[in-house]
Design a protein around this ligand. Structure first.
Ligand code: FRU
Length: 489
């Protein structure tokens, strides 16, 4: 089917129910579908939005286009959970049905205030000549999950930005309210993070662009996100078009982070503790990660596993993308670590302990966790979701000796996924050290936590669902624990 603009922006009410039901069935029955991660019920999901804790539950909203695997007119859909592992779907949350968001309810965030959850988002408005105005809007959710949108925007685009001005993160800091926004400067056409301040959540004034780097951050910054981790500010952001000499990356657009020494938002000044931004994820497909500071004192993050302007094999099945699991953030020695939640252990079933033998498993069911410790001074290849002859599979090629590194290779496993951005990713490791891997596979999603979360590599891969072998290419010294994972949806 051809996705004309007219079709992508058709009002939701003009789609018929049977079409939506067919799309839901197609997504639910796909062999590539995830079963213990938040995934689309139909169509496409992209950025996580409004990730928060409110009214005794964690809330997560997703950018969604329910009618196909394309970036059509966006809405927010809603999930809630008591442990950030067992999510239940609560339906459409913010629909693109007002004048302010007539071409999409774009990304944003959540803040609990006066017994309500405030959802700050970008109303993507287009006039009849298709000229875009991004309005920053607040919608309020009550304890019955009823959402009412404000009728007036809280922030209009200032003179000095282009139409690219979106993705508000609303938060409280030092007894004031702040909104940070991704922006493109009108004169320089560079990516910026614009800071706004308010005493009362009603009147906002612009503090200015956040001063966080001497370097130019590409032509646009999407989804800026500030959290405090172990008392240090951490800036997570997506600088599109970033020069690779400033920070290296292989994906079409990077999702970067910077750990800070301190931040003075009233002066829009972030003092980095690192020389340059770093990749938040060392895999192939992470973007638009959203984190928040939860009342339990931790910072949690969740990522879109998918990239703008890229296609994926399930587009042919009319659905696209998924989310990572929720990760707990930690800062040690000015580096960001990402950890699986303890609560994900509640999904483990059928434990098996395996050591040293090349062959680990034949029938994984494609929903599993494999935790491995590989001894120092070993090298080899670990095949995941392989056929029994190890002719195809997702390959983790490791060396824990003189040239310590882990290469993740998806060149030989099912249909290619955006091969123009490379089919391998490399993570450098400490020399002569043991290697810890905590690997989560769920259908076509793989998340690899490397050395207790020092690095994480997340990717999609599309192995033949029958290929369920896990094996090394030879015997070596390791200890492994394997669990099947219980489905949540
Ligand atoms: C990032 C992004 C955001 C925007 C949203 C629209 O993936 O482009 O900047 O708000 O997606 O769906």
């Amino acid at each position: 089917m051809e996705w004309t603009r007219e079709k992508r922006y058709l009002k939701y009410k003009d789609w018929d129910a049977q079409t939506l039901l067919n799309l839901q069935t197609q997504a639910a029955t796909s062999p590539y579908q995830m079963h213990y991660h938040v995934h689309p019920l139909s169509g496409l999901i992209n950025d996580p939005n409004g990730f928060s804790y409110y009214n005794g539950e964690y809330h997560l909203f997703c950018q969604s286009y329910p009618f196909g695997p394309v970036h059509g007119i966006k809405s927010w859909i809603h999930f809630a959970s008591s442990d950030m592992v067992h999510w239940h779907y609560l339906g459409q949350a913010i629909n693109p049905d007002s004048e302010l968001d007539n071409a999409g309810a774009y990304s944003g965030s959540g803040l609990v205030h006066n017994g309500e959850l405030l959802l700050a988002y970008t109303g993507n408005h287009r006039d009849k000549n298709w000229i875009r105005t991004p309005y920053q809007v607040i919608a309020k959710m009550d304890k019955n999950n009823k959402i009412v949108k404000d009728t007036n925007p809280i922030i209009l685009p200032p003179e000095h930005v282009t139409e690219h001005f979106r993705d508000p993160q609303l938060f409280e800091h030092n007894s004031k309210y702040y909104i940070i926004l991704g922006a493109q400067d009108k004169d320089t056409k560079t990516g910026e993070i614009d800071v706004y301040e308010s005493d009362d959540l009603k009147t906002w004034h612009e503090v200015g662009y956040l001063d966080f780097s001497k370097e130019k951050m590409g032509y646009m910054i999407e989804c800026p996100n500030l959290v405090f981790v172990n008392d240090q500010p951490v800036l997570i952001f997506c600088p599109q078009g970033l020069d690779k000499s400033i920070a290296s990356y292989d994906n079409i657009y990077p999702n970067m982070y910077l750990v800070g020494k301190n931040i003075d938002l009233s002066q829009a000044k972030f003092t980095p503790a690192q020389k340059a931004p770093k990749d938040l994820d060392d895999g192939f497909d992470v973007y638009a990660t959203q984190a928040f500071n939860a009342p339990d004192g931790n910072a949690y993050a969740i990522s879109w596993v998918g990239l703008p302007d890229c296609t994926y094999p399930t587009d042919d099945e009319n659905w696209a993308n998924t989310y990572s699991q929720v990760k707990r953030l930690e800062v040690k020695d000015n580096e960001l670590y990402q950890h699986p939640l303890d609560s994900i252990k509640s999904l483990r079933m059928d434990h098996e302990a395996i050591s040293n033998q090349a062959h680990l498993k034949d029938h994984t069911s494609n929903q599993y966790e494999l935790k491995l410790t590989i001894q120092p001074d070993q090298s080899g290849k670990l095949f995941l979701n392989a056929d029994s002859d190890l002719k195809t599979g997702l390959i983790l090629d490791f060396n824990t000796g003189d040239s310590s590194r882990l290469i993740i290779d998806r060149s030989n496993v099912g249909p290619k996924v955006n091969p123009e951005y490379g089919e391998q990713r490399e993570v450098l490791l400490d020399l002569h050290h043991e290697l810890n891997l905590d690997i989560f596979v769920d259908g076509s999603l793989c998340e690899i936590f490397i050395n207790d979360g020092k690095n994480v590599a997340t990717l999609r891969f599309f192995a033949n669902p029958e290929n369920q072998t896990i094996a090394f290419d030879h015997d070596l010294e390791y200890d492994a624990d394997f669990w099947k994972m219980m489905p949540i949806m």
